[in-house]
Write a protein that binds this ligand. Structure first.
Ligand SMILES: Cc1cc2nc3c(=O)[nH]c(=O)nc-3n(C[C@H](O)[C@H](O)[C@H](O)COP(=O)(O)O)c2cc1C
Length: 309
């Protein structure tokens, strides 16, 4: 009898039972998906980005459909770290006990705000297996993309938060200058990199001549950006030694497998959760089937196994 392949991976110190996790902002705080399947079967979940204090986000409309994807300008609406803990702390602690790792995403407009949020997570969220610093949101005025798009700006944030936590620190990267930024983040002590966030884009309603969102631009996500993300994961994998979490347009096991071959240790499911809330366990099952089909007994053997002819 052929035994099931090992699917456990180590994402920069976060021990995941399998490589599938969820992308911040597309999965709430996890409990919203319990009606669809047992969330604890996933390797990890990443919670909606939270700042030290609550943020209202941007005005509506904040989402629209585009060809092969979605655009959003949510602007990191969140209840703050205390709000997250009040709403979902007990659930998330239980999830972590069941073996699904909880990665808490950290938002900020300034270096001081990132530090304040990390300190609050340290105090209030002992169940968090790791923190993901979001320096790449295209929909907020400062922080976000503004800091994550240059090696200097990205490094500054990680240099400030690194000493505040001994937990694994992931950094969610913007789709800009990825090789230079990744090297800077590794040098500052990031444990893993999430590659990539949504891509700044525009959608115009030609009848009203107005943006389809409340702002002129928003973040593009979904299948439309998958192959751009695969290319960026591959480029980053050549440049750094820390593990990569591939994010962008994963809707099938094959999409996840592409990221792993390009060099990702884990993959996040994002927009696909919005159009198919049951997709994450299906993607995991398809991924496991693919690993078995490759004649290996451990998914880790396939990380970076892309053959460049
Ligand atoms: C509605 C919505 C909200 C999002 N909110 C966040 C967020 O809070 N933090 C973040 O880093 N990325 C956020 N993202 C980006 C996703 O986490 C992910 O990086 C991006 O959507 C690309 O992956 P996908 O194509 O699988 O969706 C959001 C995306 C969507 C569609």
């Amino acid at each position: 009898m052929v035994s099931a392949p090992n699917m456990a991976v180590d994402l920069g110190g976060i021990q995941m039972s399998n490589p599938v996790n969820t992308a911040a902002g597309t999965y709430g705080f996890g409990w919203q998906f319990e009606g669809f399947y047992d969330v604890s079967t996933l390797g990890a979940i990443t919670t909606k980005g939270c700042a030290a204090e609550p943020w209202p986000g941007n005005p509506a409309p904040r989402m629209c459909d585009v060809t092969s994807g979605v655009m959003n300008s949510v602007g990191l609406q969140n209840p703050g770290v205390r709000g997250l803990v009040a709403e979902a702390g007990e659930y998330l602690a239980g999830l972590s006990e069941k073996g699904c790792q909880v990665i808490c995403q950290v938002a900020g407009h300034s270096v001081d705000e990132y530090v304040a949020a990390v300190e609050l997570f340290e105090e209030l969220a002992p169940w968090a297996a790791g923190l993901e610093i979001n320096i790449s949101c295209p929909n907020i005025a400062a922080g976000g993309c503004a800091m994550g798009s240059t090696p200097e700006g990205a490094a500054e944030v990680v240099r400030a938060v690194r000493p505040r936590t001994s937990r694994p620190l992931l950094v969610k990267m913007a789709p800009a200058r990825v090789v230079d930024v990744a090297r800077a983040l590794e040098a500052e002590g990031a444990d893993a990199l999430s590659v990539i966030n949504s891509i700044p884009a525009m959608a115009i309603d030609v009848h009203t001549r107005r943006s389809k969102l409340s702002r002129p631009t928003g973040g593009l996500s979904g299948p439309v950006l998958h192959n751009i993300a695969v290319r960026m994961v591959w480029e980053v994998a050549q440049a750094v030694d820390i593990p990569i979490n591939g994010v962008g347009g994963v809707a099938s096991g094959e999409d996840a497998a592409e990221f792993i071959l390009a060099g990702a240790t884990a993959v996040s499911v994002g927009s696909a959760n919005l159009f198919d809330p049951e997709c994450a366990p299906r993607i995991l099952a398809e991924l496991e089937e693919w690993v078995a089909s490759q004649g290996v007994d451990d998914v880790n053997e396939l990380i970076g196994a892309f053959e460049c002819q």
